[in-house]
Design a protein around this ligand. Structure first.
Ligand SMILES: [Zn+2]
Length: 431
């Protein structure tokens, strides 16, 4: 039997030639890129490691809002770069810097050069060349907030239910009335407004999924709630008289999560019902958050089980390997026919964990349930580092399987093909 290294090289070569469905991106539109609106700070997730590396609150603030003072942001970024460039995020970014931008080591001088290359790098029609020719990506599932045009191989995941679900004061409510064109005076009317707003989006965009990223705001425990309880929480939005000309502290009174949870839970269930009725998949952020100091236990994928049980016809897609709850995440894909596991972002959160877990997941999760790649990025150029890492990881895990005699080389190739192409294509109906 050939050794693990030669098996890896062989599989890696085959995987390099495989078409890919990219299941999750936040790619900036060509229009924004042509206007030069992007900067190196969106070139991946290395910025998310600044605080972990020890950046102070003040430094983090500078780095998080680079438009305020780009040079100060760059200095913070570079100060910690020797320590952040070795993480999964950092290595993916370094690969993009080297292979796409020809920059071996980021420093003050090359930072300016990089910025200029990003500002001027995209021309009309570039995205077809980047995705189709360079990356061999046939279709992209896009998660953005804008109404810009994208090439026809982009399909949408709608994240907009969040605005309705997270309403917490009178100003938000007025915003939603404006957004939906509906009057909203009860939980039921709020639900109807969300519903009709989403229906308009489904008609105008090529939508294949709804996206729920509430893990960033609250626990993923979405209990079933009666309409009466939801309405009681809704009434709290009116607890203070609305005074337009009083100080803004009177206008915007934020509610606690405990107070608003019954309304949020009611609307989450209604958003799942929307997915069911419109044949959309339902994507959920699980596990690690981008950014700092979030409470990870509230993002445990196991908290979602009641939804999987109740909405049997909905295809739930759990994101990000559920990291660090990877095994729990895998078990959900194994146990529930309507749960799919999406590795988007996971390949660079930790390449080592991803290889190890793929080896394990493939032991107990049927190979039609795992979606192999989603970049989760803003800049098209940065997909390079992430996609190459994903190809490495999948080849490594499968080479280990074949070397161990778990199955043959041909089966390993079939599995890679399922992960990267067949499974997402089928799940999202892209045939
Ligand atoms: Zn994302």
């Amino acid at each position: 039997m050939p050794g693990k290294d030669s098996l890896y090289q062989d599989l890696r070569g085959e995987i390099a030639g495989m078409k890919v469905i990219d299941t999750h991106e936040h790619i900036t539109s060509e229009r924004s890129r042509l206007q030069g609106l992007e900067s190196p700070f969106n070139l991946g997730y290395a910025g998310c490691d600044l605080c972990g590396a020890g950046a102070s609150d003040e430094e983090a603030r500078l780095a998080e809002e680079p438009s305020l003072d780009p040079m100060a942001a760059a200095q913070v970024f570079l100060k910690y770069y020797p320590h952040t460039r070795t993480t999964g995020y950092g290595r993916s970014m370094a690969r993009t810097l080297r292979d796409v931008f020809g920059i071996d080591r980021l420093g003050e001088e090359s930072f300016g050069e990089l910025w200029e290359k990003i500002r001027t790098g995209i021309g009309p029609g570039s995205y077809s060349r980047w995705f189709r020719e360079r990356y061999n990506i046939e279709a992209v599932i896009l998660d953005v907030d804008n109404d810009d045009e994208y090439p026809d191989f982009f399909h949408h995941s709608l994240r907009h239910a969040r605005y309705f679900i997270m309403v917490d004061n009178r100003d938000d409510l007025e915003e939603l009335e404006w957004r939906s064109g509906c009057s909203i005076h009860s939980a039921a009317q709020l639900r109807d407004a969300m519903w009709s707003y989403l229906e308009r989006l489904v008609e105008s965009k090529k939508a294949v999924a709804l996206k729920n990223n509430l893990a960033y705001n609250r626990s993923l425990s979405f209990e079933r709630t009666t309409a009466a309880d939801a309405d009681r929480a809704f009434s709290l939005l009116f607890a203070r008289k609305h005074q337009h000309h009083a100080g803004s502290w009177l206008k915007t009174q934020h509610r606690s999560w405990e107070e608003m949870a019954p309304l949020q839970n009611f609307l989450v269930h209604e958003s799942v019902r929307f997915a069911e009725e419109h044949g959309l998949a339902y994507q959920l952020h699980t596990g690690l958050h981008a950014g700092y100091t979030n409470e990870i236990p509230g993002s445990r994928p196991g908290l979602l089980v009641n939804l999987f049980r109740e909405y049997r016809k909905v295809r739930f897609v759990l994101f990000h390997g559920g990291f660090p709850y990877c095994r729990e995440w895998g078990v959900l894909g194994k146990n529930f026919p309507n749960v799919y596991l999406d590795l988007c972002w996971m390949h660079i959160i930790s390449p080592a964990t991803c290889v190890q877990m793929l080896d394990e997941w493939l032991d107990y999760v049927p190979n039609n349930k795992i979606l192999g790649f989603g970049g989760d990025l803003h800049l098209v150029e940065s997909i390079h580092g992430h996609l190459e890492q994903a190809r490495d990881n999948i080849a490594r895990a499968l080479a280990a399987k074949v070397a161990r005699g778990d199955y043959d080389r041909k089966t390993a190739g079939e599995i890679a093909w399922n992960l990267l192409y067949r499974n997402p294509r089928k799940l999202y109906g892209l045939d």
